[in-house]
Design a protein around this ligand. Structure first.
Ligand code: GLN
Length: 536
């Protein structure tokens, strides 16, 4: 039998609900409990795969190939567990599965209604996550803000869930904002009070209130929130602004958050093992050096669009006591020859070109890659960053002038990057990319093998196009090494340049950032940061 923690949010978005949920899970895991995490998103898309990263931030991909909300990245980084298809549920998923059942005749005779059909389906998804994971405690975060029309059925399902499971098996955490008003110079509790009223109107009484505030609340403010929220003072957990999100679990731990939860669940209160996390914080707070890394992309106005890349770079920096200062460079501005952006690129110790879709900004990325290759600056290409690296090499080294990708130019004469046979007949855009874990075999005595220190690896994918093997020989003749190959279908997974051509140049078709953890940076990020530090 699992226990269930539900995390809701009030007042406004962006309070750090995802980090709160992750911290709770981390603390419970540190007590020796098996945890699993899940996020409900109240939008009608079946998954975020077709949304623009500028609107919604990065699409995170699970090992089993689900395109999910970026909060799942936080979850995996905090609890260091692989999540799966039961971990991200949207209104779109819920509605389509209910409608599919209706068409199949599962409800013959019935009128299909929001309550009970939709609400039952939501509860079913929570039970399914508990069952498939076998977790002691499932932590479910509800996206959006309490009071949103979109999430109201989800809230209704949680109300019913407590009725079914009783208080000793369910626990509600409500995160709110306690803003500071300059002028009157005080923390204001009214927004919190209002969001608690809204929550109770939906039939939910929280057990813990997490307050986001710029300062300590002080006993007076705490008393007030406790009174209006009907929550004992010790169950008000302060989430004071932190410099680094990784501090939050420790701050919660100091306020006994996990013990309050275990007590309500009537579970044994064991000793916490937070050694790794405390170690991590020590490193994060003692960075001695700093280097500049250029990330050249086209969604750079929203750093969240590359959240996992950013976290993976930072994590690799921790290993070398180095703060990674990222220069986010818009590739379109390189294309337009904006001097300021070129100066930033030239100041960087390493250049990373991350994933991306569509033709906008591609030529700017190719210019950045050419600059890195010709000037022997460490280069790390991820997914689209690998595709443009081979295009650049084909054009400028192999003199295949028209080299391009069918994605950017459907009638391209030299399609170095092309669609696989099975992709050619796919019409639907949603959920049809090459997604999730695929195997890759590393070639002996290559940079890739030296970095991974093993022969066979598994990495997560999210792309439609592939390197066109017809060009492999021409590129090899000019020195490019194809160091990682999928053993089942011979697709190219990793390319690199030999040491006598370039000190550090490697790119992969998959997304290593999804497997990186703050406590154990991904080998490819480690090696890239090491090479960038060594780049004088
Ligand atoms: N647009 C490219 C493709 O679909 C690369 C995708 C990516 O970078 N994630 O193959």
């Amino acid at each position: 039998m699992s226990k269930f923690v539900f995390v809701t949010g009030g007042v406004c978005s962006g309070l750090g609900k995802g980090i709160t949920a992750s911290s709770i899970a981390l603390l419970l895991k540190a007590k020796g409990y098996k945890v699993f995490m899940q996020k409900f998103d109240p939008y009608m898309n079946v998954d975020p795969g077709t949304m623009s990263p500028i609107q919604h931030g990065e699409v995170f991909v699970t090992a089993d190939g689900c395109e999910t909300d970026l909060d799942l990245g936080h979850y995996e980084r905090f609890i260091d567990e692989e999540l799966n298809y039961t971990s991200n549920i949207t209104n779109g998923k819920i509605y389509s599965s209910v409608i599919e059942k209706e068409r199949r005749g599962d409800f013959l005779g019935a009128t299909i209604q929001i309550v009970p059909h939709i609400s039952n389906e939501i509860k079913h998804k929570i039970y399914e996550a508990a069952k498939t994971s076998g977790a002691d405690i499932v932590i479910t975060e509800i996206g959006g803000t309490v009071g949103d029309i979109e999430s109201s059925v989800m809230m209704e399902s949680l109300r019913q869930f407590r009725l079914e499971q009783k208080k000793e098996n369910t626990l509600f955490v409500h995160t709110t904002l306690v803003p500071y008003l300059y002028g009157s110079n005080e923390l204001k509790t009214k927004p919190t009070q209002n969001s608690l009223i809204e929550l109770r109107r939906l039939g939910i009484q929280p057990d813990i209130i997490v307050t986001r505030a710029p300062f300590d609340l002080g006993s007076h403010v705490k008393e007030k929130i406790s009174l209006f929220g009907s929550v004992p003072q010790e169950n008000i957990i302060e989430a004071k602004d932190v410099k680094n999100i990784y501090e939050l679990p420790i701050n919660f731990h100091k306020q006994n958050m996990e013990e309050i939860i275990l007590k309500q669940f009537e579970l044994k209160i064991t000793k916490s093992n937070l050694t790794d996390w405390v170690e991590l914080l020590k490193k994060v707070n003692n960075l001695k050096n700093e280097i500049k890394i250029a990330v050249v992309g086209k969604y750079v106005e929203l750093e969240d669009a590359y959240l996992s890349v950013k976290e993976a770079l930072k994590a690799a920096g921790y290993l070398y006591e180095t703060k990674i200062s990222i220069e986010w460079i818009d590739s379109e501005l390189l294309e337009r020859n904006e001097e300021e952006k070129w100066t930033l690129l030239k100041q960087a110790k390493g250049i990373l070109v991350p994933g991306g879709f569509g033709s906008r900004g591609v030529e700017g990325k190719i210019l950045a890659c050419q600059y890195a290759r010709e000037n022997k600056i460490p280069y790390f290409g991820i997914c689209l960053g690998m595709q443009i690296a081979v295009i650049e090499f084909a054009r400028h080294v192999c003199k295949i002038e028209n080299a391009s990708s069918k994605e950017f130019d459907a009638i391209c004469k030299e399609p170095i990057i092309d669609l696989m046979m099975e992709q050619k007949t796919i019409m639907n855009k949603g959920g049809t990319l090459r997604l999730g874990n695929y195997a890759c075999e590393l070639k002996k005595d290559t940079l890739a093998q030296k970095i991974y220190k093993q022969q066979n690896i598994l990495e997560r994918h999210r792309h439609r196009y592939e390197f066109n093997n017809q060009y492999r020989q021409s590129l090899e003749e000019k020195g490019m090494i194809f160091s990682g190959i999928n053993p089942e279908n011979n697709l190219v997974e990793i390319i690199e340049l030999p040491h006598d051509m370039h000190p550090y140049f490697i790119a992969c078709q998959f997304h290593p950032e999804f497997k990186s953890r703050p406590t154990s940076a991904h080998p490819l990020f480690q090696a890239f940061i090491k090479a960038s530090i060594e780049n004088k």
